[in-house]
Design a protein around this ligand. Structure first.
Ligand code: PEP
Ligand code: MG
Length: 325
């Protein structure tokens, strides 16, 4: 098995019937890139930049951030790198910002909401990203968007910083895609509206499930409601992919679900383009996909959408996987 996986490291990801998808890795630190490459990742699907801001007592400077982004982009040698703007709040705090305590931090001033309040800090990060863009294939992604106005505002700030840098004569990357995470149910439901305004979506199922099920992702007592293969979640994922497809945009997933072996066949069938996961899951997922017919799973996933529970879906998936062997 080890040798099979090693062989797969050099190969692109394709299904049994020849459909190509991209398997990317999630990283939190610049050093994680090495592990992504060793494990055959075809890109970085999520760089959680909040770790550059944590474990210290002041904000990282534009220069410091730009150097970190540059190293990641260079090490990936032109492969796609999705860098997410700061997702602070929720369970991730920055003590040196002295933010007021919130009674529901996961429903509070988190991620892009915070960045639009603290535009100074947001602009610094965007400038660092733009300045790093010429060193690789950068895609910028905004987290936790609930309504269209937030996306438009973020894009406006980005365009302003871009124009300033251009006026300063700074060299930028040729084509920087701009996308957003789909992790708030309101964004999934209105994905058709958002799809017209972005180059791509990445579905953040850790939060999308938490907010759809109204179940705190840190609370053990309600952990049973974390059900990635529940038809409700599959329907949302399906809506998002269909909406993006109609606008010719690509869709990735960077929540835990993307590397879940029970979910992968369904996601392939629904037409997900990019799967981003912890580096260690990349090769096993490539092996799994190589044995699946996308055409067949597209039909099976349709059936799963109409089922009554996650248990029904999981049994169905297991049964189909056994039948195929
Ligand atoms: C997610 O919500 O699925 C996600 C990938 O973001 P994070 O886990 O960093 O909140
Ligand atoms: Mg999230």
């Amino acid at each position: 098995r080890k040798t099979t996986l090693t062989r797969l490291k050099e190969q692109p990801t394709a299904s049994l019937d020849g459909a190509r998808v991209e398997l990317a890795a999630n990283i939190g630190r610049v050093e994680d890139v090495a592990k992504a490459l060793v494990n055959g990742a075809e890109g970085i699907g999520l760089f959680r930049t909040e770790f550059l801001y944590m474990g210290r007592d002041s904000l990282p400077s534009e220069e410091e951030q730009m150097n970190s982004y540059r190293v990641v982009l260079e090490k990936m040698e032109g492969k796609p790198v999705v860098i997410r703007t700061l997702d602070i709040g929720g369970d991730k705090e920055l003590p040196y910002l002295n933010l007021p305590k919130e009674s529901n931090p996961f429903l509070g001033l988190r991620a892009l909401r915070f960045c639009l309040k603290r535009e100074d800090l947001f602009r610094t990060q965007l400038r660092a990203l733009l300045r790093a863009s010429r060193f690789g294939n950068l895609k910028i992604m905004f987290p936790m968007i609930a309504v269209l106005d937030e996306l438009l505002e973020a894009k406006r700030v980005l365009a302003e910083e871009r124009a300033k840098l251009e006026a300063e004569g700074v060299e930028l990357g040729a084509h920087i895609e701009v996308g957003m995470m789909i992790e708030v149910p309101s964004a999934a439901v209105a994905a058709d509206l958002f799809a017209k305004e972005v180059d791509f979506f990445s579905i953040g199922t850790n939060d999308l499930i938490q907010y759809t099920m109204a179940a705190d992702r840190m609370n053990e007592s309600v952990a049973y409601l974390y059900q990635p293969c529940h038809p409700t979640i599959l329907r949302l994922v399906n809506m998002v992919i269909r909406a993006a497809e109609r606008e010719g945009k690509w869709v990735g997933m960077c929540g835990e679900m993307a590397g879940d072996p029970s979910a992968v066949p369904l996601l392939l069938g629904l037409g997900l383009h990019e799967f981003s996961m912890s580096a260690g899951s990349v090769l096993p997922t490539r092996e799994l996909i190589a044995g699946l017919s996308k055409h067949e799973w597209s039909r099976l996933a349709e059936q799963a959408l109409t089922m009554r529970s996650q248990e029904d879906v999981l049994q169905f998936v297991q049964h189909q996987l056994k039948g195929a062997n």
